[in-house]
Design a binder for this molecule. Structure first.
Ligand SMILES: [Zn+2]
Length: 493
């Protein structure tokens, strides 16, 4: 470009009104069908098409699918997928018992250990076959469980990418159990049907709706998912074999019915038009799971809080216990709990609040609260009993990396929300007056973040692979307890 034109160009770009708000589009493929060989070709074809268009997607691969590709000698498919981000989508997907079924009666720690025992081999195989640690995970069908999160971290997986109704926040990315989630995206989860006819036009309209809404609110993320097998089949590979609890041996697995070659070609042609249309929209950018983790970093763990900020948090949680939003980061209710308890613990040593309290990120409690046997709850505690409870509580989450289910004050106990409200009132009083009270009055806390977790119902677990009428109240209860860790993810400016 000649010098003068180049100056003009720079000047013009400076006077252009500010850049349009970014709309990030994450396109992901559950790569799972290890029965129909044509699905292998479909995965390769879609991966190569996107590479040709300069679009990076995320392929969440099932362990058995990766092993099947290896067994069938499909290095060409593996090479095509590897040009994109590789995620994980469980070890065997729909073979019984599926994840939510085998976790339905487990608690937090035994459930996480069992998920790890059954699912980690598939992640190891995906890593061996694709040469990368899977960047994200998402559950098969509706088989979501909170117990998966600590196990996924043990596998080195850093993000949850899927769809479902179990938990969500404002149809945008959020943090749950210390991990970035793109889940329950609602109106920001869009797709185009692969059935030809008006599908492409309708798909474009749906995308446009989400795109316009997000631009109007300053940007955000849209989630789009497919399965490579959808381009070639007319029914899912697992539906024909594992429906309603069926679990035939491998020798009896049936192939699903397939599309005619021209229907497959039409699906690919429509899909190509669809992604080209998305790519053309001003400010729209395709991002992989790995890129989302960079766009939505959790800045809280590097923060510390001063005395004024601690007092403000203590005031806030006396009204409502939930996540707290700041400009560049957010705090979960569990992080607020640990911050206030650490501040109080430090005060007990020095009779003053520390200059800076560092954020720690424990998991939530793991059992519903029960009052102690043979005791009616008192209305207050002595200062000494309260101080001892503060020290013990700090010891608990440092040791177990989670909030206690109950906080013992002598032979009495409090649920975490009442303890936090009581603690916050004490901190506020110390901030105002500076000397400790003789008696600590017990307050009631109002924990509200569990409103973002779905109620248990057969609709929540609506997946044809589950036994008819399947529900998992214990998994939902654990999710509500872990809502202590829920907070919005902030888009990096
Ligand atoms: Zn799946």
């Amino acid at each position: 470009m000649p010098a003068l034109t180049s100056c003009l160009f720079i000047l013009l770009s400076m006077v252009t009104p500010q850049n349009p708000p970014p709309v990030y589009v994450t396109l992901w493929f559950d790569t799972e069908d290890y029965i129909l060989p044509r699905s292998d070709d479909a995965a390769k074809r879609v991966a190569e098409m996107l590479t040709r268009l300069g679009i990076k997607a995320t392929f969440k691969v099932v362990g058995e699918k990766a092993r099947t590709l290896e067994r069938r000698g499909r290095q060409d498919v593996i090479a095509a997928l590897k040009k994109h981000d590789i995620g994980y989508h469980s070890n065997t997907h729909s073979q019984q018992p599926t994840i939510a079924v085998y976790l339905q009666h487990t608690g937090w720690e035994d459930g996480a250990a069992e998920f790890y025992r059954r699912e980690s081999q598939g992640a190891v195989d995906v890593e061996r076959i694709f040469g990368v640690t899977p960047v994200c995970y998402g559950q098969p069908g509706a088989a979501w469980a909170a117990q998966a999160f600590p196990a996924l971290k043990r596998m080195g997986i850093g993000m949850y990418l899927d769809e479902g109704d179990h938990i969500g926040l404002d149809e945008q990315p959020f943090y749950f159990c210390g991990m970035l989630n793109v889940f329950k995206m609602g109106s920001n989860q869009v797709r185009m049907a692969l059935s030809g006819g008006a599908s492409l036009a309708e798909g474009k309209t749906r995308f446009q709706g989400a795109y316009d809404r997000l631009r109007a609110r300053g940007g955000g993320t849209i989630s789009i998912y497919y399965h490579p097998c959808e381009f070639v089949h007319t029914e899912f590979w697992d539906g024909v074999n594992f429906s309603r609890g069926a679990n035939p041996p491998r020798s009896e697995w049936k192939l699903p019915r397939t599309k005619a070659p021209e229907e497959t070609d039409k699906a690919f042609a429509d899909f190509e038009e669809y992604v080209k249309f998305i790519k053309m929209q001003p400010g729209a950018r395709f991002v992989t799971a790995g890129e989302l983790m960079k766009l939505y970093p959790d800045r809280a763990p590097s923060r510390s809080f001063n005395r004024t900020e601690i007092l403000a948090l203590a005031k806030a949680v006396q009204g409502e216990i939930t996540f707290q939003k700041f400009d560049a980061f957010t705090l979960s209710a569990a992080e607020v709990f640990a911050l206030l308890n650490d501040a109080m613990n430090a005060w007990l040593d020095k009779n003053e609040f520390p200059i800076a309290v560092k954020v720690t990120t424990p998991y939530g409690p793991t059992r519903a609260f029960s009052p102690p046997s043979g005791r009616a709850r008192p209305t207050s505690f002595t200062w000494n009993a309260f101080a001892e409870a503060v020290r013990n509580t700090a010891g608990f989450y440092r040791t177990h990396n989670r909030l206690p289910d109950e906080i013992w004050v002598g032979v009495d106990n409090l649920p975490p929300q009442d303890y936090l409200a009581t603690l916050a009132a004490v901190i506020e009083e110390l901030g105002a007056r500076g000397n400790k009270p003789e008696q600590v009055k017990i307050r009631e806390g109002r924990f509200t973040t569990d409103q973002y977790v779905a109620k248990d119902s057969t609709k929540l677990w609506d997946w044809v692979i589950f036994p008819e009428g399947f529900q998992a109240p214990k998994i939902v209860e654990l999710a509500r307890l872990q809502a202590w860790t829920l907070k919005p993810a902030i888009l990096q400016k």
